[in-house]
Design a binder for this molecule. Structure first.
Ligand SMILES: O=C1C[C@@](O)(C(=O)O)C[C@@H](O)[C@@H]1O
Length: 255
């Protein structure tokens, strides 16, 4: 496979190799640390903090302190910081868009977080501001798109990944809901096309029960990361990390 690689701490993300991310979704610091402790021995390649679940999201100090504590618990596992917007399936939060961008920028200034996620369809100025910040702080920018209702056309899905690339994102991400198995095929098809033609890594997944298959085999089609359950699930169709890794053995040439 030809896609570009991204190195974050000791993790290399690239299409064609399995890398696994587990999300933590705690409401408070104690829950977050408990989840991190459960996940750590399972050695995910990346951990995502879904901070839209955090009750003190509107207290910058509390967010930064929790990020610091998580960093210490996670050793050298890279941390992806995500405040998923409500319109793309996240929790309702008491921050407006400007406050959210300000918080993301603050988080980038810490040593705790290695990547941030922001939706590719957000306001252009906000994306550009965050792109500059991440670049200056050596944090990776993931620009993402989610549709929890359906799978858009192949062209539309490809155009979301191209849009991420056009903003100079480090990674483009797509999570969509299939209505049947041909939607899952479409997602895998465009993953392969994007991995060949875009010079940034892409992360793709089809959600729900039908889409779960894409979480197991998407890497063979070029997805640089799959989301799997380490402690709690953060989206429909996620499979326990142990199962994803077990299957990898049967799908790898080395084994
Ligand atoms: O973008 C994604 C992908 C995801 O929605 C999934 O389907 O696994 C899970 C989210 O936590 C993450 O931010």
């Amino acid at each position: 496979m030809e896609g570009k690689e991204i190195k974050v701490r000791n993790t290399t993300l690239a299409g064609g190799t399995l890398s696994v991310c587990s999300a933590i979704v705690g409401k408070n610091e104690a829950q977050l640390l408990e989840e991190a402790e459960e996940i750590f021995p399972k050695k995910p390649d990346l951990v995502e903090w879904r901070a839209d679940f955090f009750e003190q999201i509107d207290h910058t100090d509390a967010v930064l302190r929790a990020a610091d504590r998580l960093r210490k618990k996670l050793g050298d596992i890279p941390l992806l910081f995500t405040i998923r917007s409500e319109k793309e399936g996240g929790k309702e939060i008491p921050l407006d868009e400007q406050e959210k961008v300000a918080l993301l920028k603050k988080v980038c200034e810490t040593e705790s977080v290695d990547l941030i996620d922001f939706e590719v369809d957000n306001k252009q100025e906000d994306i550009q501001e965050l792109q500059q910040k991440t670049q200056a702080q050596d944090v990776k920018l993931v620009l993402s798109f989610h549709n929890f209702k359906e799978t858009p056309s192949e062209n539309e899905m490809l155009s979301k990944l191209e849009k991420a690339k056009s903003y100079q994102a480090d990674i483009g991400k797509l999570a969509v809901m299939p209505n049947d198995m041909s939607d899952v095929l479409s997602l895998l098809q465009i993953t392969q096309t994007a991995e060949k033609n875009l010079d940034i890594p892409v992360i793709t997944m089809s959600m729900g029960t039908d889409g779960a298959l894409s979480r197991l085999i998407g890497w063979k089609f070029g997805s640089a990361l799959t989301f799997a359950v380490g402690s709690k699930s953060s989206a429909p169709g996620q499979i326990p990390i142990e199962i994803v890794r077990q299957l990898e053995g049967y799908l790898s040439h080395e084994n």
